[in-house]
Design a protein around this ligand. Structure first.
Ligand code: FDA
Length: 394
């Protein structure tokens, strides 16, 4: 039986950060993971370049059943703190857009930075370790693992959510929470593409697979995002769709304004006056790809010279383009989702320390908690901030 003051389960973004910071405080840390490599999601993130934070991160970028919970940790470890760490390690980065910071080179720069910090802090990292049992002691916890038994004072659960099981995701953190009397909020896939089954719409998506439309306004349940959408052979994706998917529940409709930068009724009337003999299809071809224009003209409208449209018909065209309403059949699920919504109910966790209010010495950090960021580097910022908060107290 070995004793470590602090044991952290999960060597992902939050676990590595917490281990490094607790170690830097002089705490002896054992960091365990069942995977054969630490930080697999970091390596896959941001298309291989890791969107490691967002310059405009603020509490409004996070979804939670308890929206105030994230504020304290985010304020005590901000995006600027992580940017300083990135700069300290000489990792080159750039803003892609909307405050999203990416590595110039590879996501492994971020993983290597965290591993170097862990190394410097004397963290004992053990991979390929299955956690078989956790028991509560009078003070602290006892872990039975494939690599032996360990006792600790503070046990940190940093095992993330359910997204992408092939990258090591499991529901382990939720099981531990339940074991120690925590409530869980229902989990569902977030930042995930929609699937479409309605035959005509599915055909449109399949035909246009790979086509993106820039800066669409996508809305659902009172929330809107202006970003690109992407047609896929199974439905719709792209940043605006991923963002809105976190606000969507099965059966909800989604509204898409394909041309939010135009006052369409006015613009169409103007075109009718200025070039009455042009066909609607030609007009659409100036706004979308030729293929998309042809398909819309065939499937959504009857294309004819503009002069032949009545004002009511032109209005219908404007409405269809500005208020395209569809009901997705579902989402691609955890197989491709970037995050898991829901999880450990934050009402039973201290927002200052991330410690369980049910079981002293037990901590939850990162995605396992019911805090989910928007797309754009916010989920890593939550991992860093919640890890930092816990690291000061474990
Ligand atoms: P994380 O999932 O990182 O780590 C959990 C760790 O626990 C893993 O190492 C896992 O092996 C381990 N574990 C799980 N079960 C275990 C068990 N039973 N026993 C032992 N260990 C166990 N976010 C962002 O801000 N910018 C981005 O660019 C991206 N890009 C991105 C791309 C893709 C493809 C995905 C899937 C996700 C993103 N994200 C993202 C989201 C981001 O990766 C995610 O929110 C954080 O990694 C969450 O950090 P955690 O440490 O909480 O979990």
């Amino acid at each position: 039986m070995s004793f470590f003051p602090v044991i952290i389960i999960g060597a992902g973004a939050a676990g590595l950060m917490c281990a490094a910071q607790a170690g830097a405080r002089g705490r002896q840390v054992l960091l365990l993971d069942h995977a054969n490599k630490a930080g697999k999601k970091i390596l896959m993130s941001g298309g291989g370049r890791c969107n490691f934070t967002n310059m405009y991160s603020e509490p409004g970028n996070f979804l939670s059943g308890n929206p105030h919970f994230c504020k304290s940790a985010l304020a005590r470890y901000t995006q600027w703190d992580f940017i300083e760490l990135v700069a300290k390690h000489g990792v080159p980065y750039h803003e892609k857009k909307l405050g999203q910071l990416f590595c110039d080179n590879k996501a492994s720069d971020i993983l290597n930075l965290l591993l170097a910090e862990c190394d410097a802090a004397g963290v004992d990292l053990r991979l390929d370790t299955q956690i078989e049992k956790i028991d509560k002691l009078e003070t602290g916890y006892r872990l039975l693992t494939s690599g032996g038994s360990f006792d600790c004072e503070s046990l940190v659960i940093a095992t993330g959510g359910l997204s992408i099981p092939t990258l090591g995701a499991t529901g382990f953190g939720y099981q531990v929470a339940r074991q120690f009397g925590h409530e869980l909020l229902p989990t569902r896939a977030g930042l995930v593409p929609f699937t479409i089954t309605e035959p005509q719409l599915k055909e449109l998506c399949t035909e246009l697979s790979g086509t993106s439309v820039e800066d669409c306004l996508v809305s659902c349940n009172g929330q809107s995002f202006k970003e690109n959408i992407l047609f896929t052979h199974r439905g719709l994706s792209g940043p605006a769709i991923l963002q809105i998917s976190s606000y969507w529940q099965p059966g909800d409709s989604v509204q898409i304004n394909l041309l939010p930068h135009l006052d369409l009724p006015e613009w169409l009337a103007e075109q009718q006056r200025e070039r009455p003999n042009s066909e609607l299809k030609t007009l659409l071809g100036e706004l979308f790809t030729k293929k998309m224009a042809n398909l819309l003209a065939e499937q959504w409208f009857v294309s004819k010279p503009l002069k032949q449209y009545t004002p009511a018909e032109l209005n219908t065209v404007a409405t269809r383009l500005a208020e395209w309403t569809l009901v997705p059949a579902g989402t691609e699920g955890y197989r491709t989702a970037e995050v898991t919504l829901g999880g450990v109910d934050t009402r039973e966790v201290s927002s200052k320390t991330m410690e369980s209010l049910k079981s002293p010495g037990l901590y939850f950090i990162g995605e396992v908690l019911d805090v989910t960021g928007h797309l754009g580097g916010f989920n890593f910022q939550w991992a860093w901030a919640s890890a930092h908060a816990a690291a000061q107290f474990v």
